[in-house]
Every structure is written in C-alpha cells, then in structure tokens.
Ligand binder design. Structure first.
Ligand code: ASP
Length: 416
C-alpha cells in the first residue's frame, strides 16, 4: 500500500548526537536538584509520548502486516526466518560474551579472585532483594502471559507478548473471512497504522530535547566515579557489545549483500533513542520508522519482525547476562568449566527472550543465572552502580539486531 508520510528528517540523528554530546558534560557538571528534576520532568514527557504509541503501533502494525500478506502461508515463511535469525544472533552474542570474559578475566585481579569488589552496601543489597523477589515469579509467568485473559489489561500493563499473540491471531483470522470484508478491515487497520507512524514523526521532532534530558539525568546521578571500581568489568561489556555491534552483525548483513555501515546510518535515530531511553519497547515506534522509511524495508516484514524483536530478541541483553554472571562467579573464586559456561549461556539465551524491553530488566535474569550457579543473588549489588550506562549500550545493540533481522528476513523474502 502507498505510503503518504514523509521520511524522518535526515539530519535528526546529527541533532540527537549533538544533544547526547552536550548532555554528558552537562550531567557530569550539574548535580543541583533543580537540574536533575528539570531533566527528569522533560525526559519523562518524551518517554511517555513514546510509550503512549507502543500498544497502537504493535497492534496496528502486526494486524496490517498479516492482512497485507497474499496468504497465511507467507506468515509461516517470515516467522521461520525470523525465529532462525533471532536464535542464531542470540547464540552468537552469548558466545562472544563468554569469550571476552575468558580472555580478559574481569573478575580476577593479578590472577586472584577480586572478591572484595563484591562488598555490598546495605542499600544496594536491599534494592537487589526487592527487585529479585518480586520479579522471579514474573519469569515463571512468561508463558501464561503470552495468552492474556484480558487484552485491555495486558495492554494497560504493557505485556507485549500478550498483545503480539492477540495481534497475530486477529490478523490470521482476518485473512480467513469474506474477501470483501477483509479488504475493508485491511484498509482501516493500515490507515490506523499510518496514523500512528505520523504521530511518531511528530514526537521525534522533540527527540533532541527529550534525549538531552534523559542522558543528562543519568550522568548527573551516576557520575564517572561509579565506573572506577568496576572499570575492567565495564570495559569487558563494552568491548564484547562493540564486537557484536561492529563485527558480528555487519558480517551477517554482508552475507546478504547489505552494507553494515549504511544500515547503521539508516538506523542512527533509533540507535540513539535506544541509548538514551534504555528501552527497546519505548524505541519501537522509531525503529519501525527508520527501518521502513530510511532502510526501505516493506511494512509486511517490519510489522512482524520488529514488534516481536523488541520483545524477544535481545542480543545485547543475553551477552550482558553472560558477562555479568561469569564476572561475579570469577570474582567469587568459582571455577567455571565448559559445562557451567554452557549452562550460563543457555540460560542467558532463554531468559533474554522473556526479559521485557524496559530499563534494567536483565537484572532479574542475571539473578536467575546466579541462583542456577548456586551463587548469592545479592552479589549483583555492585554492578548496579554501572548498570544504567551499560543498559543504554546493550539496548542499542538489541535494537540494532532487531533492525538487522528485518533487513535479512526481507532479503530472504526477496523484497529488499
Ligand atoms: N533495557 C533493555 C532493553 O530494553 C533490557 C535489559 O537488558 O535490561 O532492551
């Protein structure tokens, strides 16, 4: 169907980049409560505007995407290619994470377990216990939540898997009704989808200001000091994420004759938004906009691959879970052999599927892995100090991988 909306302003990513470059020193310089409060207020306005669009975009894009397919069989092919891509890149990510930990050994200081860095402040311990006890039971409910008893409640609680399931079933059912009515339904849902994309464009005009506020707030609260004791851990995560982002994913794109650099440029507004919001779900409207308008991927592919990816495909998160759990084990002097490393990697892939696309969501999954390794969940405390900045980076990797998925599936479908 013909698109009438104009593409996102091509200079937008430059303006966002400038906003981030100004926000980091501003955040490090100003610690006054009025500054943090002002940033928090402005940042939340922007975040809310993005979050407001998530449910309408997911529902309308999935339903329109399926209704625009010539038949239901097409969905099976796209689904299989998507699942294969998501699984392979997650496995690649955890292997990368494991390799970087085993080479750099961030948990050892002069070959001795650096256990003292795991000294926990009481507050961190309290925060961790609250976080894990409330969320561990959530992990068990993933499959139950996939089929929501009440779609409105699922939408209100932001349970994306439930919304996706409803959208897919609605789209498939729409394919099976009387062709005349199906056409009316497809036109209507497509119009709703295009309207939500237009809303995204309007919200994106405010992105530089919103992103400045979000990033300045993080740096004004975290500061550079928090990084020092965990510098090696921090660098290990950054290098491993960088390898996946700059080497593995571009190489995969190259296999499908797509330039990784060009694709990064196309995705820049989404990557920078992911960095500043630390939420792949909140970034979804912009990811869709960039993939369709800037990378030229057809809506019937992106509409299915991206909402699903924002929920289940988290390469950066899986990689981070691995590095964090292995780092803690190393620092506590636990010997990690091949079998244990495999268990960590396997759990990281599975839990990254269930982790929500919101800030700090992977801490729950790391707690699960620590439990499986028989380590105290409280050991997660020290990494909380650097988690936010690493969250911003791993979310960008998550979003980039989703977008590469859309490009590759589109190539497989010979649409690109
Ligand atoms: N913040 C990440 C995301 O939204 C999830 C996580 O790793 O905590 O993609």
């Amino acid at each position: 169907m013909k698109k009438e909306t104009a593409p996102i302003n091509t200079n937008l990513h430059i303006r966002i980049l400038v906003a981030i470059c100004l926000a980091i020193p501003a955040g490090l310089l100003f610690h006054d409560p009025w500054f943090t409060e002002g940033c928090s207020f402005t940042g939340n306005l922007f975040l809310n505007a993005l979050k407001m669009l998530i449910v309408p975009i997911i529902l309308s894009s999935i339903v329109a995407g399926i209704l625009n397919l010539p038949d239901v069989k097409g969905l099976g092919r796209i689904g299989a290619a998507t699942a294969l891509y998501y699984l392979s890149t997650s496995i690649l990510a955890v292997i990368t994470g494991c390799m970087f930990v085993f080479v750099i050994k961030p948990g050892l200081s002069h070959s001795i377990p650096a256990g003292q860095i795991l000294g926990l402040s009481k507050q961190a311990l309290a925060d961790t216990v609250n976080l894990t006890s409330s969320s561990l039971s959530d992990m068990k409910d993933i499959f139950i939540r996939m089929i929501p008893p009440n779609i409105v409640a699922a939408a209100a609680k932001g349970q994306m898997l439930g919304i996706i399931f409803f959208g897919i079933l609605f789209g498939i059912s729409g394919q099976l009704i009387n062709p005349d009515r199906k056409k009316i339904l497809a036109t209507l849902v497509q119009a709703v989808f295009e309207t939500t994309m237009k809303m995204t464009e309007i919200v994106m005009h405010f992105a530089p200001v919103g992103i400045f506020a979000l990033v300045a707030k993080v740096f004004s609260q975290t500061g550079i000091e928090a990084l020092k004791p965990l510098m090696i851990f921090f660098l290990t995560v950054v290098l491993a994420l960088g390898f996946h982002f700059f080497v593995s994913l571009p190489l995969l794109l190259r296999l499908f004759r797509v330039s990784g650099f060009k694709h990064m440029k196309n995705m820049a507004p989404a990557l920078l938004t992911a960095f500043s919001t630390a939420s792949s779900s909140a970034t979804l409207p912009i990811t869709m906009e960039c993939v369709e308008k800037r990378a030229g991927i057809p809506n019937r592919i992106s509409a299915f691959v991206l909402p699903l990816g924002a929920t289940v495909n988290m390469d950066g998160t899986a990689l981070y879970e691995c590095v964090a759990a292995l780092f803690i084990a190393q620092a506590m002097g636990i010997k990690i052999g091949l079998f244990k490393a495999f268990v960590v990697a396997f759990t990281a892939v599975i839990t990254s599927i269930g982790v929500a696309g919101i800030p700090a969501a992977s801490l729950v999954a790391i707690a699960v892995i620590l439990k499986i390794l028989g380590l105290p969940v409280e050991a997660i405390g020290p990494i909380l100090a650097v988690d936010r900045i690493l969250d911003m980076l791993r979310t960008s990797v998550n979003v980039f991988s989703d977008s590469c998925g859309a490009v590759i599936v589109s190539r497989i479908e010979k649409d690109g």
